[in-house]
Design a protein around this ligand. Structure first.
Ligand SMILES: [Mg+2]
Length: 312
C-alpha cells in the first residue's frame, strides 16, 4: 500500500512534497535515518566514484545492493563522464573489484555521445577530438567521421590527451572559415581529479580553445549535469525518469541533473558531499533522499525480509 501511495504522491506533488513526506515519516518512526526511500524503483542509476567505489575499493553495501537489485530484475546502470574509457574498461574494473558487471549496464559519455548522434543527427559527418574509445564507438555505430573541414557538420570536443594544433585548425576551419559545423562536447569537466590532489586538463580545455578562436559557443553537452545524459539513458533502457532513482555523491552533478530531468535522486555521504554541507544547502539543490551508505536505497521494511543487518 505504502509504495503505491508514495509513488502517486510523487507524481502529484513533485520531489519536494515527497521528500518532506518521507523525512517526516522517517522521523516519526525514529529510525534514525533521514529520508531513505520507502519504495523500490524500476531502474537504478549509479554514479561510480564516491558512490559504488572509492579509488580501488567497493564502498560498504555496494555489492549486496547491486546483486539484490539484479535479483529483483531492476534495471541497473552505472554512469561516468569520462570519455577516455569505454564500457568494457569500466566492466573490467568493476569485475576486478568483485562486482561482475556486463558492459550493457555501463553508460559513459562515449555511449551518450554515440546515442545522442544516432537519435538526433544520424546522417551528420563528425570530427571527434577524442581518444580511441569514442572513435571506435562512433565507427561501430556507423557514424561518418572526417578530418576535412569542408564536410564536417559537428565538431566533438572531448577529453583528448593527443590534442594538438592540427586538430584545433580543423575545428577552426570547419566552424569559423566554412561556417558550417556545430560545436558539442562529451562532458563539461575542467579537469579530471587524480588521487593525491593532482589532475589532468579535461574536455572543457578543448572546448575553451575552440570557443576562443572561433567565437562559437558549445551547443550541447552529453555528460553530467546535463539532463541529456539521463534522457539518453532513459531512451536506451525504455523507462521514464519518474520510474528510476539516481544515486551519487555530488549535488552539482548527479543531483542537479536528476532534478532537471525529473528523476528522483539520492545523495550518498561516502564521497564528496558531507552532512554539514547538506545542512547548509539551499532547498532547491537538495535530493529526495539522503543515504549514509548506498544499500539504504533498499527500503527499511525489506531489510528484514532480506536478512540484512546494519553495517554488514
Ligand atoms: Mg562521484
Amino acid at each position: 500500500m505504502l509504495p503505491f501511495l508514495v509513488g502517486n504522491l510523487r507524481v502529484l506533488t513533485g520531489g519536494r512534497g515527497l521528500r518532506n513526506r518521507v523525512v517526516q515519516s522517517s522521523e516519526a518512526e525514529s529510525s534514525g535515518e533521514r529520508g531513505v526511500p520507502e519504495r523500490l524503483y524500476a531502474g537504478y542509476v549509479f554514479d561510480l566514484d564516491g558512490t559504488i567505489y572509492l579509488g580501488d575499493e567497493l564502498l560498504p553495501g555496494a555489492e549486496r545492493l547491486v546483486l539484490k537489485l539484479r535479483e529483483l530484475e531492476k534495471r541497473v546502470i552505472f554512469l561516468s563522464n569520462n570519455p577516455t574509457k569505454d564500457p568494457k574498461m569500466y566492466a573490467e574494473k568493476l569485475g576486478k573489484l568483485g562486482l561482475e558487471t556486463p558492459e550493457s549496464e555501463i553508460v559513459n559519455t562515449v555511449v551518450t555521445m554515440t546515442q545522442w548522434l544516432l537519435q538526433n543527427h544520424p546522417d551528420a559527418t563528425v570530427f571527434p577530438i577524442s581518444e580511441e574509445p569514442l572513435k571506435r564507438a562512433l565507427a561501430e555505430a556507423g557514424i561518418r567521421m572526417s578530418e576535412d573541414p569542408e564536410e564536417i557538420d559537428i565538431v566533438i570536443a572531448s577529453y583528448d590527451r593527443g590534442f594538438e594544433y592540427r586538430k584545433l585548425q580543423i575545428a577552426f576551419d570547419a566552424i569559423w572559415f566554412y561556417g558550417r559545423a556545430m560545436l558539442v562536447t562529451t562532458n563539461p569537466d575542467r579537469y579530471c581529479p587524480f588521487p593525491g590532489g593532482r589532475g589532468e586538463p579535461d574536455a572543457a580545455a578543448i572546448v575553451g580553445a575552440i570557443e576562443a578562436c572561433t567565437g562559437a559557443e558549445c551547443k550541447v553537452n552529453v555528460g553530467k549535469p546535463d539532463p541529456i545524459m539521463l534522457e539518453t539513458i532513459m531512451g536506451l533502457i525504455g523507462l521514464d525518469a519518474e520510474e528510476c532513482v539516481i544515486a551519487g555523491d555530488r549535488l552539482y552533478t548527479e543531483i542537479r541533473m536528476a532534478r532537471d530531468a525529473g528523476m528522483p535522486s539520492a545523495v550518498v555521504l561516502t564521497g564528496e558531499t558531507t552532512a554539514e554541507e547538506l545542512e547548509a544547502e539551499a532547498e532547491e539543490n537538495l535530493p529526495d533522499y539522503t543515504l549514509e551508505r548506498i544499500d539504504q536505497l533498499i527500503p527499511p521494511d525489506l531489510w528484514e525480509e532480506f536478512g540484512w543487518e546494519e553495517g554488514a
